[in-house]
Design a protein around this ligand. Structure first.
Ligand code: BES
Ligand code: ZN
Length: 627
């Protein structure tokens, strides 16, 4: 019998000593890097945007935002370079410059040749004394960063809804700006809406009641462009604690507030571990089901998909993840998309530390184990160049950074540091790191240098075993990467094996007290996919087709497609026409396209569902169904 595992298994610190050749010298030079973001046209080293003031009308009938963006710029000494902004599908009416912020004079502007990934450079000449640039513009109804929902696509069905999703490089589709994580700026905004709607932003001064049709916001801390966010809808607010609360449409507000009642507990846990929450309030917007992501870490105002509301807090770790970004990503940001793991890897690590503290070690262990399993599957299909923490994205969209590698390999790297140096030392190191780089955007190399100077140097004998170059700059995992097992999953595997081997029927299995993670693990474990009779047996015993839990449905429906289990097809269609998360759409449509007769079914379902999906989700599914 295996002993129950306490904590994740220790990293094998001896492995490297035995294999000295695979160890790295703690002083070896790290690869050069330019720190230049290839996903922006802007040249912040010459002219840098320091503040943006927005004045926008949300015109729901035309599905456009229209108004002005006034950018305060700072020029490098002796530069007479123009201001180069990023833009995508913006129509510009007028550009003016000012030296004092009150008197503006019209100037010329020029659009560069559009690039499929980057949009168009917008070049504005500056006079020697230009300090502010005011751009009068309107967005396109197809702006990649905006989703305009008609009333039937909302929970309340009576009023329209608009929300933004700026990450990765979609801020440029609704604001002309330097759209790079390497530039941080403060912002203020005035937004006018139809009178009966509420507007909220990733900023201070979000309204909690009165609908005036005119709202003002300010973000006094410098943020990168991908964290700019706006939502407008028939929203109500419910307080959760002194500094946390939920915005949602009326039909979901009560269940949302209940689901997220542990928000304050999690925030406090994070502060105890990693230092103060620096943003003031922490509110949550429950985004409509078409929201293409699990969540988005907009400062002060996390967006989460309504699919997270399972009724039993079982999917709350998606919220924990976005909250964790309040430290990793939002306080310390990556300078380029190649350094994206500095945000996501740290965040997955912090998320699991918070989960462990609030919900216990067993649940955290399950997430680590699932993460490791997912990472291995993902790496098996990725080219070696995409298996490095520091990514080479030349010639590709910034979105290409979004694989499990930055998330799970990044988190595993930090876990290996924690295990080698001990929690106390590692936690102190992380607190120091957030202080040291607070409100800056940094590269992988800057992090690794800081790591060497502030942690590795304390214990050179351990440092050699960590192989930081392997983690950051080489494919795969170092041989001594942490191995992760979960005792709770072992139980699941034992029961699943009994059933797969025909030693027990589904209803005879001991599934008492299993949580959602365990059920998901059970489903994932069932390979090869059971035949149709066995699928029916499972469904009768456990009611998977009826499940209202999006993660369980997602897993089950994959099997349903693979096995052509007809009784669940209506549920599949319902799921794909009401749930817009890319994490579900991609695998399900891919699976459908592989199944006999599946292509026609995929296209028929997609024809109905497409109008509901977000522009970026449509782009993903368009690619899949055209094959
Ligand atoms: N910041 C990401 C979302 C993102 C990444 C959007 C890259 C665009 C480009 C967010 O924090 C995230 O990781 N969301 C995950 C869910 C999370 C629980 C792992 C998602 O939506 O899959
Ligand atoms: Zn994230």
């Amino acid at each position: 019998m295996m002993r129950p595992l306490r904590g994740v298994i220790a990293v094998s610190v001896g492995a490297c000593l035995a294999l000295l050749s695979s160890c790295s010298s703690p002083d070896a030079p790290l690869p050069e890097e330019s720190g230049r973001d290839i996903h922006t046209f802007s040249e912040p080293e010459k002219v840098r945007v320091k503040h943006i003031d927005l004045d926008l009308d949300a015109l729901f009938d035309r599905k456009i935002l229209k108004g002005t963006a006034t950018l305060t710029v700072e020029k490098a000494a002796s530069s007479n370079a123009p201001l180069i902004l990023d833009s995508r599908d913006l129509s510009i009416e007028k550009v003016e410059v000012s030296s004092d912020g009150s008197k503006f004079t019209a100037t010329t502007f020029e659009f560069g040749k559009p690039d499929p990934f980057l949009g168009s450079a917008l070049t504005i000449p500056l006079a020697a004394d230009s300090r502010q640039v005011r751009v009068q513009y309107a967005t396109s109804p197809n702006a990649s960063g905006l989703q305009w929902l008609d009333p039937p696509q909302t929970a309340g069905k009576r009023m329209p809804f608009l929300y933004t999703q700026s990450q990765a490089i979609h801020a440029r589709s609704w604001i002309p700006l330097q759209d790079t994580p390497g530039v941080r700026f403060t912002y203020t905004a005035r937004v006018r809406t139809p009178k009966n709607l509420l507007a909220i932003m990733s900023a201070e001064d979000n309204p909690i009641g009165l609908r005036t049709g005119e709202y003002a916001f300010r973000m006094p801390l410098p943020v990168p462009s991908y964290l700019l966010a706006l939502a407008i809808g028939d929203l109500t607010f419910q307080s959760v604690s002194r500094r946390t609360g939920v915005y949602a449409e009326k039909p979901v507000i009560a269940e949302a507030a209940k689901e997220f009642e542990d928000t304050e507990k999690m925030l406090t846990a994070a502060e105890e571990l990693f230092g103060p929450y620096r943003w003031g309030r922490y509110d949550i917007l429950v985004a409509p089901p078409s929201f293409p992501l699990g969540g988005m870490e907009n400062p002060r105002l996390t967006f989460v998909t309504s699919a997270v509301i399972a009724g039993d807090k079982s999917l709350v770790s998606q919220l924990t993840h976005e909250m964790a970004h309040s430290w990793s990503g939002n306080v310390v940001t990556y300078a380029t998309w190649s350094d994206f793991w500095l945000s996501e890897g740290f965040t997955v690590y912090i998320e699991r530390r918070i989960i462990e503290r609030v919900y216990g070690l067993e649940r955290a262990e399950m997430q680590w184990a699932t993460g490791r399993q997912d990472l291995e599957a993902e790496m098996a299909r990725l080219s070696s160049k995409d298996q490095m923490l520091r990514l080479d994205l030349r010639g590709r969209d910034a979105e290409a950074a979004f694989t499990l590698v930055p998330f799970e390999k990044g988190a595993l790297f930090l876990l290996s540091l924690e295990q080698a140096f001990g929690r106390n030392a590692f936690d102190a190191f992380l607190r120091g790191y957030f202080d040291y780089f607070a409100f800056q955007s940094i590269t992988t190399r800057q992090f690794l240098e800081y790591l060497r100077a502030n942690l590795l140097s304390q214990r050179p004998e351990l440092a050699a075993q960590i192989q930081i170059e392997k983690w950051a700059y080489q494919p795969g995992l170092p041989s001594n990467a942490p191995q992760l097992r979960s005792a709770a999953f072992l139980k699941v595997e034992q029961q699943a094996a009994l059933w797969l081997q025909g030693k027990a029927t589904a209803s005879e299995l001991d599934t008492e007290g299993w949580n959602t993670q365990q059920w998901i693990h059970f489903l994932r474990y069932l390979t090869p996919v059971p035949d149709a009779d066995k699928m029916r047996e499972l469904d009768e015993a456990f009611g998977f087709t009826k499940s209202g839990n999006a993660e369980i449905s997602g897993q089950w429906l994959l099997k349903v497609i693979r096995r052509g289990y007809e009784p669940a097809y209506p549920r599949l269609e319902q799921f794909l026409t009401t749930e817009g998360g890319r994490r579900y759409l991609r695998p399900l449509y891919e699976e459908l396209m592989k199944a006999p007769g599946g292509r026609a079914r995929a296209r028929a379902i997609y024809a109905k569902a497409r109008p509901m999906y977000h522009p970026t989700a449509r782009a993903v599914v368009d690619e899949i169904v055209k094959k």
